[in-house]
Design a protein. Structure first.
Length: 132
């Protein structure tokens, strides 16, 4: 009789988001006695992990900065926007940006979090709050 091995669920440091009430929230951690948040959360193997509390970040981020990466023409990949967004909680997060065709990011615009499927699995991305 063989038993199929199933990987355990990824830790919050490996997959720092969850879906809550139809939207995506990021997971961060706060160390007791320290200001600020850590993102992604510290892994369970960290010596600081025992002093941390998990925090959900579900507020609306604002685009701080972005760049568009153009791959080699040989790879035949579309340009990929990457952005930094500021959350009201004082957290600045880097992520891929998922924008409609022809829509360029605008500094200061509100964003929302989404989950995208990639070749290597799901990732969190930023999308414009206003899709127009």
């Amino acid at each position: 009789m063989s038993v199929e091995y199933k990987d355990p669920a990824p830790s919050t440091s490996e997959q720092p988001w969850r879906e809550r009430d139809g939207s995506v929230v990021l997971l961060a951690c706060r160390r007791s006695g320290h200001e600020g948040l850590h993102f992604p959360p510290l892994p369970p193997t960290s010596p600081l992990f025992k002093d941390c509390t998990e925090v959900e970040i579900g507020s609306t981020p604002v685009l701080y900065s972005y760049t568009i990466v153009h791959s080699s023409p040989k790879l035949n990949k579309a340009p990929q926007p990457l952005g930094l967004a500021d959350f009201p909680e004082g957290l600045r997060v880097f992520a891929r940006m998922d924008y409609p065709q022809g829509r360029r990011p605008r500094i200061g615009e509100p964003l929302k979090l989404a989950i995208a499927q990639t070749e290597t699995g799901p990732i969190y991305t930023f999308q414009p709050l206003d899709q127009e």
